[in-house]
Design a protein. Sequence first.
Length: 209
Amino acid sequence: MGKVYVFDHPLIQHKLTYIRDINTGTKEFRELVDEVASLMAFEITRDLPLEEVEIETPVSKSKSKVIAGKKLGIIPILRAGLGMVDGILKLMPAAKVGHVGLYRDPETLQPVEYYVKLPSDVEERDFIVVDPMLATGGSAAEAITSLKKRGAKNIKFMCLIAAPEGVEVVKKEHPDVDIYIAALDEKLNDHGYIVPGLGDAGDRLFGTK
């Protein structure tokens, strides 16, 4: 059964306050999202397996640990998820990056897949799907479904801010997926925005309206 992890690290909470603030401009917003993504990546990789190798320090031979050849993939949900990729790559530069693009059908309000590009060795990789917001949960659940259809077996989902409704949707549709959150907010409003949230993450990242 997938677990839900809410990060309470002081640095993450501090930076998240300024991410939420309406007075934070595009440049600073982008930098803060990047920094929080790095801090979250530090936590999300805590269970990576290690193996022992022999090295030589300036003083003597020594046995030391390295990550045991784990193949990782980062999958941002377009477009806002792009804002979290570089922060993760700073810690894991060897990870491959795929992309999942979804739009909401105006009639059904359901997410529709329009673009998927993944690393060729899908079945061998552990994937981290990233999106700043987990609101209704529709896009996150559909993105995870897209990966599973193509052979992905080990998937985690990571976001900055989540609504309880979105968490429940992902848990229900993908009970095997762990969810990593910087803040679990109060609710969704009538327009599907997270309250108090941070507004539209894509617009604030890319300076659009």
